[in-house]
Write a protein that binds this ligand. Structure first.
Ligand code: MOS
Length: 709
């Protein structure tokens, strides 16, 4: 493997609106998802798997009675902790299923049913009787749980930070905002539910496991499963040619993946297909923890912040720790010499939390940006001016200069496009018939992430064509399309001359489609490989020349702070009689470096804004307080914003190029659209009604009153 410094690319097709490379496959139904592969892909005579889940929150499985299931026609096997294949490593208790009799949350996998048909597997699962002993459990997150301080928060950030003398600063502040903000449990609901097809082969004693998995990262799946199975990662092949969304829920393997792999171990080579149901996803494929944020802002009378405090309480599971980094954006967003952040976790007997679009930034910026709106009201300062007043000279967390901090440009440009100047300063001042009308603003931010551990291969095919290969997964974002554009510019050919191969662990390594890092990480690897190819082979395109390269480390991150920024504007209308909330306008402006494909980028921003609106008004994984499982476990009761909820939503971005961050000039765009959006909506409902809501989702109940709100 060659290491190559990736230099800025000559821009030709980057920035050009380019149709989706896989658009036709998708709309014609020819794109093959994880459980749709057949004999052409080596999936011959598969068995179907259904999951049996615990019905207690904590306890032990005392017996799994399989007789009725096994006598059902088509059922082949029932696997439980007494007969499941043994794992080599069980530290990750989310993945180490069926290794002992312990139950750690309601909905945990306690048995598997294999059958000749999907229907028989499902019926068989209904016939399995599981006896469980019940232990005392704790499943509710309140302000009174016992909590602990995790060593780090996601992915490896400090749990606590302290600068200056926070308490003294609050004692001297002219204005103090001191409130508690809450966000609920939320579940990712990608269109394609999680699914895995897996089979084992033995080749002269050499075990091989092959999978089609609906994942955001094929290498990550192989790397997490291999040690547990006693394999080297190279013995596992994972492919994910098409994935119907993930939002973080497919960022790492969850228990169902191990279920398919363990079941396949018992079938003498027959493939096993597992399609997780929408309902099962609410227990098994991760979710965003609820958060309780105590925020204090201390400022001078004119709105200059002197102290910021953000103390977070949230929860994790007993099975496995996940610590949402909710206070992380509070550390870098605004200037203030005195600052304190804390994260504390309650360890509850509940399903395992994980990544959901903008973990940390989404709940943290809801809290901080509503608090900033409260400070603006307290000081009588326009909310945009307040943010300008508190612009830091350098990154308050690291002290490093910001590479390209254009928050103020986003706010000003957005204000102009949104018509902010015409806004009435007073809340509850505009009524249109039976609707109170208001507008709100919030800032957005997301770190620019570029991951080490990527490589790409360029091979000349002759006739001016090139095969470019990297294991990255396109989860629906348009990665295939933009990587083809990047490869084309790096090789100085048209995108149509690129045959791009992705999403297979046999290809050069790629990191996860997560942390808004995909295009930056994979694109930089492709540029490195293309530039190395040209260095080694010049303009020669004789067929069969090949170069694999990995980008050299870039020291820029040690001297600069890389973040993207944005500003979100919302108009809210709240019905005087019913409290019904509508958001007729939602508008975001972003500074994200160079946009590689305006069409796919716009979809990312709009998708993020819609997901933020959805978090603002609807999404709430409502738990049964007795057992901690989610009762709103379908799309009828867990409402995600639908067409009727989304009115005028639009996004723009600043023309710019961040050549310090990537050779394409781009940063990352997948997550910033959800950040701050719920706060903008909340701030707009305050401006409309004069009622401050500090808890998501905002619902009619927040504006109650028999005589109108
Ligand atoms: Mo995203 S939550 O980093 O997959």
């Amino acid at each position: 493997m060659t290491e190559q410094v990736a230099r800025p690319v000559k821009i030709r097709t980057i920035g050009r609106r380019t149709d989706r490379a896989d658009g036709v496959e998708k709309v014609t139904g020819r794109a093959t998802y994880a459980v749709e592969h057949g004999v052409d892909d080596g999936v011959v005579d598969p068995l179907h798997l259904w999951l049996v889940q615990s019905t207690v929150a904590k306890g032990r499985v005392s017996a799994v009675r399989a007789e009725a299931a096994l006598s059902h026609p088509g059922v082949v096997a029932v696997i439980d902790h007494t007969n499941a294949p043994r794992l080599h490593d069980t530290d990750n208790r989310e993945l180490a299923i069926l290794q002992d009799d312990r139950v750690g949350f309601r909905g945990q996998i306690v048995a598997l049913v294999l059958a000749e048909t999907l229907e028989a597997a499902r019926q068989g699962a209904a016939l399995v009787e599981v006896d469980q002993e019940v232990d005392p459990h704790e499943v509710e997150l309140t302000e009174h749980n016992a909590t602990y301080r995790p060593e780090t928060v996601n992915p490896d950030m400090d749990t606590d930070t302290d600068e200056g003398d926070v308490d003294a600063a609050f004692a001297q502040a002219d204005v103090v905002v001191d409130h508690t903000y809450r966000t609920p449990y939320e579940h990712n609901n990608p269109l394609e539910a999680h699914a895995t097809t897996a089979w084992w082969e033995s080749d002269g004693g050499d075990e091989r496991l092959t999978m089609f998995d609906s994942t955001q990262g094929v290498h990550g799946v192989a790397q997490s499963l291999a040690p547990m199975l006693g394999l080297a990662p190279g013995q596992i092949r994972v492919r994910a040619p098409y994935v119907g969304g993930g939002f973080g829920s497919k960022g790492e393997a969850h228990a169902h993946v191990m279920a398919a792999v363990l079941a396949a171990r018992t079938t003498e080579g027959r493939p096993v297909k597992l399609a997780v149901t929408r309902q099962q996803m609410f227990a098994l494929t991760g979710y965003r923890t609820a958060t309780i944020s105590h925020i204090r802002l201390g400022a001078s009378a004119d709105g200059r912040l002197d102290a910021i405090e953000h103390i977070v309480q949230e929860q994790t599971s007993t099975i496995r720790e996940f610590a949402e980094q909710t206070a992380s954006p509070t550390r870098m967003m605004y200037a203030a010499p005195n600052r304190r952040t804390r994260h504390r976790l309650a360890r509850l007997d509940v399903a395992v939390p994980s990544w959901m679009r903008a973990p940390g930034e989404m709940p943290g910026m809801f809290a901080q940006e509503v608090a900033m709106d409260e400070l603006a009201v307290s000081c009588g300062v326009d909310p945009i001016l307040l943010r300008e007043l508190n612009e830091p000279d350098t990154d308050p967390e690291t002290g490093l200069p910001f590479n390209n901090r254009r928050l103020v440009d986003c706010l000003r440009h957005g204000a102009e496009r949104f018509g902010w100047a015409a806004r009435n300063r007073e809340p509850r001042a505009t009524r249109d018939g039976e609707w109170w009308v208001g507008t709100g603003v919030a800032s957005a931010t997301y770190p620019a992430n570029r991951m080490p551990g990527n490589a790409a291969r360029v091979r000349s095919l002759g006739d001016g064509r090139y095969a470019v290969a990297i294991a990255s997964v396109d989860i629906g974002t348009g990665a295939r399309t933009v990587l083809s554009q990047i490869a084309a510019d790096a090789l100085d050919v048209e995108p149509s001359a690129i045959d791009l191969e992705v999403a297979d662990t046999r290809l050069p390594a790629a990191t996860v489609a997560g942390g808004s890092s995909g295009t930056s990480s994979w694109g930089t690897a492709i540029v490195a490989a293309a530039q190395r190819f040209r260095k080694d082979h010049g303009d020669s395109a004789e067929p069969g020349l090949e170069t694999t390269a990995t980008p050299a480390d870039d020291p820029a991150e040690e001297r600069l702070s890389f973040h993207s920024f944005g500003a979100v504007f919302a108009e809210a209308r709240v019905n005087h009689w019913t409290g019904e909330i509508r958001v007729p306008r939602l508008f975001g402006v972003y500074s994200v470096g160079r946009v590689i494909n305006p069409m796919t980028a716009r979809s990312q921003f709009l998708g993020g804004l819609v997901m933020g609106l959805s978090a603002g008004l609807f999404e709430d994984s409502y738990r049964d307080p007795r057992l901690g499982h989610v009762v709103t476990q379908d799309l009828a009761t867990y409402h995600v914003a639908a067409h009727a909820d989304v009115l005028d939503v639009d996004a723009e971005w600043l023309e710019e190029s961040d050549d310090t961050f990537t050779p394409m000039g781009s940063r990352g765009i997948g997550e910033i659209g959800i950040v701050g959006t719920a706060a903008a909506v909340a701030n707009a409902t305050f401006h409309a009604t004069g009622t401050r809501v500090r808890s998501l989702p905002i619902t009619v109940d927040d504006f109650s009153g028999a005589d109108g709100i």
